[in-house]
Design a protein around this ligand. Sequence first.
Ligand code: SAH
Ligand code: SF4
Ligand code: F3S
Length: 448
Amino acid sequence: MPEQELQRRYHLTTFGCQMNEHDSERMRGVLEENGWSPTADPEEADLLLFNTCSVRESAESRLLGRLGEARRLKNERPGRLIAIAGCFAQSRREDIFRDLPFVDIAFGPGDIGELAALAETAAGSAPASSFTFASAPSGGLPARRIDPYRAWVQVITGCTNFCSYCVVPGVRGPECSRPASDIVAEVERLVAEGVVEVTLLGQNVNSYGLDLGGGWSFSSLLGMLDGIKGLRRIRFTTSHPKDLGDDLVDAMRDLPSVCEHLHLPVQSGSNRILSRMNRGYTREHYLELVSGIYSCVPGVALTTDIIIGFPGEKEEDFYRTMTLAAECRYDGAFTFLYSPRPGTEAADFPGRIPETTKKRRMQELVGLIQAMALAKNEGLVGSVEEVLIEGPSRHGEGLLRGRTRGNKIVNFSPFSSGLGAGDFADVNIESATSTTLKGVQTPPRAGD
Ligand code: SAH
Ligand code: SF4
Ligand code: F3S
């Protein structure tokens, strides 16, 4: 029906990391300001938009699977547009329309503001694309947030670290910090809209401000944000160990709204592998950082990323990763099988590890991480944790679900009715698994 076509609906699928989730919020913002409305059903959509990731081959394969489906929908209704955004699009910018001829629109992470105009052009017939390599932060664009009470905030874009396995510097461009005054203004606006928790985003937040000059640092930014009244929690990701200074650890200890959770990707526990990864720190330096954090920030939760099966990883290298992990007593870890990425230095390294070996190592590591996470969580049994409620729990009628300051999921029974997403509750932790806590809300204190 012509009326339906006039409504112009889009369907958005997001792959990849939190930067991409946040970029997707801004794609929604840009589209909806230009008369598009969202639909959860791809069959109803006039625009099928994919915000893509190319960090591992598996992300690309999943995308290609979904594109097959999009192509079928387009064949059913040829006026339908297919758009590819994000890191995969940026990495294939030269050949994307040749390799994927059914694609109408392609643009990179720095071109989100162009989306509505690209859709107009492509609807007019020719494919349209926009790729800016060195992308300035796009935090000023309108965003359609998923939650009213928590928000992502971009503080630094790009990456200039060139870890030898990683596509990100090649697709997101060099590091570029957002001026602190812009960030503070955005957070103040978010808090005025009802946000109580922000997560500051950057590939390496610890190098925030270095490109701005004037002595800016990530800890000074945290100090400014901590002063915003009504902002209860500040989280941030990701910290690079080579740039983690005492000032950040002190900020975590001293600033009330900065949560006691540090995600500090180690990637490997072997100095030989760390050096081939071009990570810029040693096992010993990392362990020193961790012991400093544990002694300075009581109750801090520590999580990490680890790559298994990097080229040339011998059994003894893997064993070093296992002993480092055990020493770090992680609360959790994202573990990845090494995936060779075209255009990265490591893709040409000799010593590929057989899949069976990678998978066996992965199983051993995951077993260790789960045991450590369980022990850490069991250590919280009997304590009272502040929980920010996300909504009803799937684990039982009347239960609520939320997160502690250490970012642990808690399912709990509320003391009184009427609590919902965005509210805080103090919860007495009664039991734990390796991934979740369970408890009962303590009666609210007078004045709460
Ligand atoms: N900037 C962040 C991480 C971004 S990518 C940091 O440096 O910590 C997220 C994680 O994906 C990385 O920490 C790494 O563990 C993993 N990763 C990146 N490239 C990979 C590859 N080629 N194969 C497997 N895992 C990879
Ligand atoms: Fe990739 Fe390394 Fe940059 Fe992280 S710091 S995005 S792993 S190059
Ligand atoms: Fe994120 Fe994937 Fe790009 S991890 S930065 S969406 S390559």
